[in-house]
Design a binder for this molecule. Structure first.
Ligand SMILES: [Fe+2]
Length: 345
């Protein structure tokens, strides 16, 4: 496995680059905007293909690199379903698997620092975001933080992991890089409490100043969405109800860009082809099935995904590949459901 812990000294943020092999797919956890050039250089040096960028939660102390990485690599942006970030292209729930080629991370919902905090588990390590820090825990006094929930996330979930599990947090301000669950259980001063009530009292007595970047970072991080309006202005979109009106037409090819788990959970529009978003480039190029389908049968491709983000990027990619008639369903399955569009499970 390729594993890199990357540090932003301004915000004290750790970001993590993971891939199963040189030349393979990669994902990055908690990227910082100012460091995006550095990440992409490393991705090139290791001959990786960045396919997913993930935030453990909506950050208050730095601006996320999710939007910039998406714009520059067309990677999928991922956060938890509770996140207030405007449009993230894939949303996870507790127990979902976050996968790339050769690697799978289990997403667990660990609220408390914020109400959208997730941790990501691998067999030997856990990425804890700001839920559990090294000899500390993330503050719980803003962004719908809740000390009681955090206690439950830490003691009820994270501390149940094997003691040898490596702990990789989203921040450190003292130069620590990694710990273990056993070590934190024994030595983390915040965890030496006898009850949830004692933990709540401890967390509510911290009186911390707000992060310097908070007024800038929180609003900026809520607006990482690709402007689907831009695609719509160029005629590349159908609303969910417009798409329902053309459903079943023989000259239309519906293409679902989501992953298998998302399809199983939320259903599929009847008659759709399935082309997961990361496989799109090979299918759009000369000789690819979508390229052939559009050119030899004259069918119009109509992409969709969960929220319309991946499909908006797919429209751009299809246009770049010469498939000028490709469009997408604005707002994705989310909008389709709200318009009571038919789904099969
Ligand atoms: Fe945070």
């Amino acid at each position: 496995m390729i594993f890199r812990q990357l540090f932003d000294s301004v915000s004290g943020t750790y970001s993590y680059l993971l891939a199963s092999r040189r030349g393979g797919e990669a994902l990055i956890i908690d990227p910082v905007l100012e460091k995006v050039d550095r990440y992409l250089q490393l991705v090139r040096e290791l001959e990786l293909k960045l396919v997913k960028a993930v935030d453990t939660h909506l950050h208050a102390d730095h601006i996320t690199g999710l939007g910039a990485l998406r714009d520059r690599t067309r990677c999928i942006t991922v956060m938890g379903e509770q996140s207030k970030a405007d449009v993230v292209s894939m949303r996870l729930s507790d127990g979902d698997r976050l996968t790339i080629e050769g690697l799978a991370l289990e997403a667990i919902y660990t609220p408390g620092h914020t109400d959208d905090s997730y941790s990501f588990i691998m067999p030997d390590r856990v990425f804890t975001g700001d839920t559990l820090l090294i000899r500390g825990t993330g503050r719980t006094d803003f962004q719908n933080g809740d000390a009681r929930q955090q206690y439950e996330s830490i003691f009820g979930r994270l501390m149940k992991l094997p003691e040898t599990t490596l702990v990789y947090p989203a921040h450190d301000y003292k130069g620590e890089t990694v710990s273990t669950i056993g070590e934190e259980k024994a030595f983390n001063p915040r965890l030496q409490v006898k009850s949830v009530d004692e933990y709540v009292v401890l967390m509510n007595s911290l009186n911390l100043p707000n992060p310097k970047m908070m007024d800038v970072a929180v609003p900026a991080n809520q607006h990482v969405g690709l402007s689907q309006d831009e695609i719509a202005r160029h005629g590349g979109s159908l609303s969910a109800s417009e798409a329902m009106a053309v459903l079943g037409r023989p000259d239309l090819a519906l293409v679902d860009l989501r992953e298998r788990g998302e399809r199983e959970r939320n259903g599929v529009i009847p008659g759709s082809l399935h082309v997961p978003y990361p496989a799109l480039p090979e299918h759009l190029g000369a000789g690819g099935i979508l390229n052939e389908l559009a050119k030899s049968t004259g069918k119009q491709i109509l992409f969709y995904c969960a929220f319309g983000e991946r499909s908006a990027m797919a429209v751009q990619a299809a246009h770049d590949a010469g498939l000028a008639s490709a469009r997408h369903i604005q707002g994705g399955i989310d909008a389709w459901k709200k318009a009571s569009g038919p789904l099969t499970h």
